[in-house]
Design a protein. Structure first.
Length: 418
């Protein structure tokens, strides 16, 4: 991969895109959506080849689900573009303005980051989401997907390019580049592209994220692996807690916002755990500590004793670690020492405990009586997302359009000197 030539082209694309109006960008995105829809059969055929190859290599079904596209997911891709089109253009937004003591007018305005790179695994919808958010926010983007989704990504990127060309003067074809090589040296080139790439985002599993964070010489927005917890508080509504737990674990176990550990107040063990076990029977393996095991062993199949390493581990599968705690404070302490600062939930009828949990838990998203599966740009109204940031600088939580912007100060004077 010729990183210098690629980044030079992307930089030129970012420069052209930075001066485009919202109407121009929206027209280009509309043309992209039309091209993607026009090539629907090609994209789904390519995706089916990726899925078949992944299964032949032993990929778990939970991860295959992340890779696979179907009619519903394809429609959601098009819907996300439409939502992004209908969102306001953040570029040029005035964040603040004031007069300096010497009379100069100072304005802080929102501007694009420039050239963005994203390194991601599976999920071909990320190709569309990342491009659309970058384009609407005035950025060029370098996409480096995984080998497991290469055929899908190539078909999608080809459709995107076609759509940008269809947009004529409103389309900036140089605003996107898909790295089609599967050579890991390409990743190293991206991570070392100082002065060529403004920021890189890793989106995937723990190993990918750690590789990027530990080796990048360019700025990183860290998206985190999802070791998410659900705590069932003393006196919680048992039926509600079960419904939330089942949804948060089983709807998409390969997603980063699925729960991996369930914490249960000791007073709730006998009323909650047997009911949950019956709902998860034949679906989820429960790895329980001694207190929970004593309740579950007589009432459930597919229950095993947990080991210490099960807590704080991202299974990305139909496996759930279960632990008893004595109070909301004990739950909070356990979560803060085992989580990845992604998404955490308490099910409770105690308002004081709910607020304590939301105040003290260190995570990007903290829920009361709702599934962690809602941590998603689409569910938050962003249309799409670049990922879930678990860091505390620049962006945190689901990242939409504004996460790909920064600000600059514009100062107007009439001859002032210092």
């Amino acid at each position: 991969m010729n990183i210098d030539a690629i980044c030079s082209s992307l930089r030129a694309g970012a420069g052209a895109l930075a001066v485009h109006t919202a109407a121009q960008k929206n027209h280009a995105l509309s043309c992209v959506a039309a091209a993607i829809n026009r090539h629907k059969a090609d994209i789904l055929d390519a995706n089916q080849k990726d899925v078949e190859a992944a299964r032949s290599k032993g990929m778990t079904e939970a991860l295959v689900e992340r890779l696979a596209l179907d009619e519903k997911k394809f429609k959601s891709i098009l819907d996300s573009i439409e939502i992004i089109i209908n969102q306001g253009d953040p570029i040029g937004e005035e964040i603040a303005g004031w007069a300096a003591p010497k009379g100069m007018q100072i304005r802080q305005v929102r501007v694009p980051l420039g050239v963005v790179a994203i390194i991601y695994e599976s999920r071909p919808n990320v190709t569309v989401d990342a491009f659309s958010l970058a384009y609407k926010s005035g950025n060029s983007i370098l996409l480096r997907g995984s080998s497991s989704a290469l055929a899908s990504n190539k078909a999608i990127a080809s459709a995107i390019k076609e759509g940008l060309l269809d947009a004529g003067k409103d389309g900036v074809a140089d605003a996107i580049y898909l790295c089609e090589s599967v050579d890991h040296e390409d990743v190293n080139q991206i991570l070392n592209a100082v002065g060529k790439i403004d920021i890189v985002l890793p989106r995937g599993g723990k190993n990918l994220i750690n590789t990027v964070v530990e080796n990048a010489k360019i700025p990183v927005i860290q998206t985190g692996a999802g070791v998410c917890h659900l705590y069932v508080d003393d006196g919680a509504d048992v039926e509600m807690a079960c419904e939330i737990a089942v949804n948060a674990k089983t709807q998409r176990p390969g997603a980063c916002n699925a729960i991996e550990t369930l914490l249960v107040h000791r007073n709730m063990l006998s009323s909650f755990l047997p009911l949950l076990a019956s709902k998860l029977a034949g679906k989820v393996q429960l790895r329980a500590d001694d207190d929970c095991l004593s309740v579950l062993s007589a009432n459930a199949q597919n229950v095993v004793k947990a080991c210490e390493d099960d807590f704080g581990f991202e299974f990305l599968d139909f496996i759930l670690a279960v632990k008893a705690v004595g109070s909301v404070d004990e739950a909070i302490d356990f979560i803060n020492s085992h989580n990845t600062k992604h998404s955490e939930c308490i099910v409770t009828n105690n308002r004081a405990n709910a607020r304590t949990f939301q105040t003290k838990v260190d995570a990007a998203c903290v829920y009361v009586n709702a599934s962690t599966r809602f941590t998603d740009g689409g569910e938050f109204g962003f249309g799409a997302e670049l990922g879930i940031s678990t860091q505390k600088l620049h962006a945190r939580g689901p990242m939409g359009i504004k996460a790909l912007t920064t600000t600059k100060f514009l100062i107007d004077g009439d001859g002032q000197i210092r």
